[in-house]
Ligand binder design. Structure first.
Ligand code: IPE
Ligand code: IPE
Ligand code: MG
Length: 248
């Protein structure tokens, strides 16, 4: 059967295009920007700019096909090791995206959330993030979680600290109660984690939440990633047998 792009649907999960189930929650490691630029003789920042465009396109597509949650890895706790001008370029792109997103939010009905330790960001960027989250909180379209200064280990340590500070006396420590202190509290775990860029590792992404996610790797560099590539990943996801440790 020829694989066709998914049609827009507005109904309860799981969404399908007739043949394929659309994962409720897709997580994306947006990797390969630097190599994309290097292959073109461009500075790495040009790769990040191209990657930001790809993010816009893919997020729009996810919304169209009925993905409910999209979590993207934009900047890790380890990415501060990069040269300051590259870090600055990434932060500027983020700022530009946020300014533009707040203008279009009403129309797009995208709910934006940020996962990560935002205390390390500039005051201006933090204020923008705060405003964006507040404005978009009421929207019910796709929820896009942008991971900035995010690390899976950092998130787990933070949750442990919060547990110590805030959990009620005698509260039982369970996966569920502890999960309530993660950035992802209240959001289902990702069904599918996609990593473009050719590397087969998780690089400190969603260590807690991806316990049973299906993983999909592709050599395509993130700026070259298209909605058709996402279709391919969803098709592959549909061929997986999710057992969660049980038997079918
Ligand atoms: C991903 O692309 C973006 C960030 C990590 C911020 P890279 O910049 O890691 O691109 P490569 O892996 O060097 O090609
Ligand atoms: C992972 O990519 C982080 C993001 C995409 C934001 P990296 O390029 O930082 O990962 P490594 O260094 O190859 O593991
Ligand atoms: Mg990389």
């Amino acid at each position: 059967m020829k694989f066709s792009p998914f049609k827009r649907k507005k109904q309860d999960a799981p969404q399908t295009d007739g043949a394929y189930e659309i994962p409720s929650h897709i997580a994306l490691i947006m990797d390969g920007n630097g190599r994309w630029a290097a292959r073109r003789g461009l500075p790495r920042s040009a790769g990040h700019a191209a990657g930001a465009e790809t993010f816009r396109r893919v997020a729009t597509y996810c919304k169209e096909i009925g993905v409910r949650y999209l979590t993207v890895y934009a900047f890790s706790t380890e990415n501060w090791k990069r040269p300051p001008d590259e870090v600055g370029a990434i932060m500027e792109l983020l700022e530009r995206y946020l300014k533009e997103a707040t203008d279009k939010m009403e129309r797009d009905r995208v709910k934006l959330k940020f996962f990560g330790d935002l205390s390390a960001l500039s005051d201006g960027l933090r204020a923008l993030i705060h405003d964006t989250e507040e404005i978009s909180a009421r929207f019910d379209g796709v929820q896009v979680n942008i991971c900035v200064n995010y690390g899976g280990r950092d998130e787990i340590i933070r949750a442990a600290r919060l547990w110590r500070e805030r959990a009620d006396d005698g509260a039982e420590l369970t996966e569920e109660s502890f999960g309530g202190f993660m950035y992802s509290a209240g959001i289902p775990d990702p069904d599918l984690v996609i990593r473009p860029g050719g590397e087969m590792r998780v690089s400190n992404f969603l260590l807690w939440q991806a316990a049973y996610s299906e993983l999909y790797f592709t050599d395509t560099l993130w700026p070259d990633f298209t909605p058709r590539e996402l279709d391919k990943a969803i098709k592959a996801y549909n061929s997986r047998e999710r057992r969660f440790g049980g038997v079918l």
